[in-house]
Design a protein around this ligand. Structure first.
Ligand code: FE2
Ligand code: FE2
Length: 151
């Protein structure tokens, strides 16, 4: 059993159910990738795992961006740029890892993933939630599900 790579903590919660669910899921997928890399799984498995992470991250970013648009979030452009830039980095790594046996690339990728996700979830993504000290209506507050109009 490999040590847990990314430990989820409840203070990472932002208070928006769907986004919190996906953050936990991303942590779990990154831990899965860590296991595969630690056990030196074959290239196909690692590529598969990385492909899944890229797809889930892209889908998560799209959901978050929809949430920001729906709530007239004031820092939309800045936040979206963080997503776009990171996705580019991850896709580049995924391609590189698919075409090299250079083990240091794997360590770089893991460290990049670990630092980015913790940093992003604990700073930028926290702005999306509803901290208790922020009064309702700071931007349009949507209670309960984040997409009530769609349901
Ligand atoms: Fe997020
Ligand atoms: Fe985000």
């Amino acid at each position: 059993m490999v040590e847990v790579f990314l430990q989820w903590r409840d203070d990472y919660l932002i208070g928006v159910e769907e986004l919190d669910f996906e953050h936990r899921d991303l942590f779990a997928r990154l831990n899965e990738l860590h296991e595969e890399l630690a056990h030196d799984a074959d290239r196909a498995r690692i590529e598969n795992c990385l492909g899944e992470i890229c797809a889930r991250m892209a889908a998560h970013f799209a959901l978050e961006e929809k949430f920001m648009r729906d709530t007239d979030f004031p820092e939309y452009d800045h936040h979206k740029k963080e997503h776009d830039d990171f996705l580019e980095v991850i896709i580049d790594y995924a391609e590189e890892i698919g075409s090299t046996r250079d083990i240091t690339k794997r360590d770089e990728l893991e460290s990049e993933l670990q630092h980015w996700i913790i940093d992003h979830v604990t700073t930028s993504d926290q702005e999306l939630g509803y901290p208790k000290e922020r009064t309702a209506g700071f931007w349009k507050k949507v209670s309960g599900s984040i997409f009530p109009k769609d349901r």
